[in-house]
Design a protein around this ligand. Structure first.
Ligand SMILES: N[C@@H](CCC(=O)N[C@@H](CS)C(=O)NCC(=O)O)C(=O)O
Length: 245
């Protein structure tokens, strides 16, 4: 057999073996403790999807390297590259992964009325709940800035809204667990690890336990719980440092 014929035969054989599917796994640029990265890693576990994982250490400015900025001018993680489809914004990545790799639409329902609610919750987390969490905690955790009571009030207001949303519901958007619960679970478990007082929010506490139980088989503790604790400890250490000065 000629070389050309052999290469073509091997190529066709590979295609047949792969069932015509993608040959290379999607690449995820990430850092394990980053909350939006944690939601992607949890979803990948739930879907049984193996990423090619590439650490980008944002604490050392690796996201500003020219190669990374050329791929994602906004230089944030998580960033995913699935055979040339480059995506960032964790909630957009979650939606894409369920559509591309999910065995069903359960985690991101295609029923337009249910999907509308999932999308609303995803955007509530992005623009309100998680945003207010970062506004309040991150300046202290990263640069030791004093806590701002005004920002705490805004965060409490958003937590209260989420508690009301959950009234009479088992899950955030549908009758079952969806990617809305996943991203909100990362946010609320982080609040819990920062010792945000969740006692007044009964519906959130019940939902949080339900979600943790649902995700426990997918390495929840390793992928999210332990990383939330790590960030909580960083915050507490900064608070103790400030108190000692
Ligand atoms: N809304 C974005 C937030 C992404 C984000 O802020 N990522 C942080 C890490 S948690 C980051 O990459 N920071 C470094 C930078 O922006 O240069 C998402 O959900 O993916």
């Amino acid at each position: 057999m000629s070389d050309t014929k052999r290469i073509v035969t091997e190529f066709v054989y590979c295609l047949l073996l792969s069932g015509g599917k993608r040959m290379s796994p999607p690449v995820l640029y990430y850092l394990p403790p980053s909350p939006p990265c944690r939601s992607i890693l949890l979803l990948a576990k739930m879907l049984g999807l193996d990423f090619e994982l590439k650490i980008v250490n944002i604490l050392e400015g690796e996201q500003l390297k020219p190669d990374f900025v050329a791929m994602n001018p906004q230089h944030c993680i998580p960033t995913m590259n699935d055979e040339g489809l480059v995506l960032w914004e964790s909630r957009a990545i979650l939606a894409y992964l369920v559509a591309a790799y999910g065995k069903s639409d359960e985690l991101y329902p295609t029923d337009i009325r249910v999907r509308a609610l999932v999308d609303q919750r995803l955007q509530f987390d992005l623009g309100t709940l998680y945003m207010r969490l970062t506004d309040y905690y991150f300046p202290t955790m990263f640069i030791g800035a004093p806590l701002d009571e005004g920002k705490r009030a805004k965060l409490s207001e958003a937590v209260g809204w989420f508690n009301t949303i959950l009234e009479g519901r088992q899950f955030a958007a549908a009758e079952h667990f969806t990617i809305a619960d996943l991203t909100l679970l990362v946010t609320v478990s982080q609040l819990e690890a920062f010792n945000f007082e969740l006692r007044p929010y009964k519906h959130i506490r019940q939902w949080l336990e339900r979600c943790k139980e649902h995700v426990a088989p997918y390495d929840y503790e390793e992928l999210n719980g332990s990383k939330a604790t790590l960030m909580g400890d960083m915050f507490k250490a900064k608070m103790n440092q400030a108190a000692a000065q």
